[in-house]
Design a protein around this ligand. Structure first.
Ligand SMILES: Nc1ncnc2c1ncn2[C@@H]1O[C@H](COP(=O)(O)OP(=O)(O)O)[C@@H](O)[C@H]1O
Ligand SMILES: [Mg+2]
Length: 245
């Protein structure tokens, strides 16, 4: 059965879209069928990061009742990876009903091994609708105390709402000497630390090129960390399947 995983954080710019793109491609490389969904309706950029900029039908059209979700699924240049893109113009934002996100995205369960949902930051209604489209959540934080506590809050709210918190990603680590150490971050977050992704210029370079780093520079430290994350997620998924089995 497919897994619906939301990628969430307290603040913007922590690396949710980067994580969604790289995790999706990394899981695809491992042989899983994956659908990456851009559920950040007002600040959509997953398609650009994944190198697609000419989609006719977007998630906005589906949320406006103009198209079906099937019509918004695109294949990508990445092995086993499909994408549901979002529109970037404001007119589309105005007609899309974010409350329909959960029922829309849940239709993808069972059709893919993994559906990875790129969400807006914070706990506003748009973000809640996007995050509640998943059954599990991956939290993304940077090594700064206010970022960690904000992301922790999101985790607490989602857990109360019934989602399973898989753990968190400590992204952009090592940029400054004042960075919160991984052990301390894990103690504050009170959920498992899945991977530490270093601050790596290759990640930003890859974003600019429209080819996520696991594909653009697979030997970079950033790419290796995202591959490690995919490995963790695959093992958690396998373990849960056995427990349920
Ligand atoms: N580990 C990293 N090292 C260097 N730059 C990064 C890293 N992770 C993300 N970035 C850069 O940070 C910016 C914000 O990332 P993004 O994934 O768009 O954040 P969010 O979706 O949470 O707003 C992007 O320019 C991205 O390339
Ligand atoms: Mg984003």
């Amino acid at each position: 059965m497919g897994r619906l995983i939301s990628v969430a954080s307290g603040k913007g710019g922590t690396g949710k879209t980067t994580t969604t793109a790289n995790l999706s491609i990394a899981l695809g490389k491992m042989g899983y069928s994956v659908c990456a969904v851009d559920a950040d309706l007002t600040m959509a950029n997953l398609s650009l990061v994944m190198g697609i900029d000419d989609a006719d039908v977007t998630i906005h059209d589906v949320l406006a009742g103009r198209n079906t979700i099937d019509e918004a699924i695109y294949s990508t240049a990445y092995e086993n990876v499909s994408l549901v893109p979002a529109a970037v113009d404001w007119e589309h934002v105005l007609i899309a009903d974010p409350r329909k996100l959960p029922e829309t995205i849940r239709k993808l369960k069972g059709r893919f091994d993994f559906v990875i949902i790129d969400c807006p930051a914070g706990l506003q209604l748009d973000a809640m609708n996007a995050m509640m489209s998943g059954e599990e959540v991956l939290l993304v934080t940077n090594p700064e105390i206010s970022c960690i506590t904000d992301t922790m809050k999101v985790g607490i709210v989602l857990k109360k709402a019934g989602l399973t918190v898989l753990g968190f990603i400590l992204n952009r680590w090592g940029a400054t000497e004042r960075d919160v150490p991984p052990e301390v971050a894990e103690e504050v977050m009170e959920v498992p630390l899945l991977v530490v992704v270093p601050e790596d210029p290759a990640v930003r370079e890859a974003t600019l090129e429209g080819t996520p780093v696991v594909e653009y520079k697979p030997d970079s430290e950033g790419a290796k960390a995202f591959m490690e994350l995919a490995d963790r997620i695959s093992r958690i998924a396998g373990l849960k399947a056995r427990v349920r089995g």
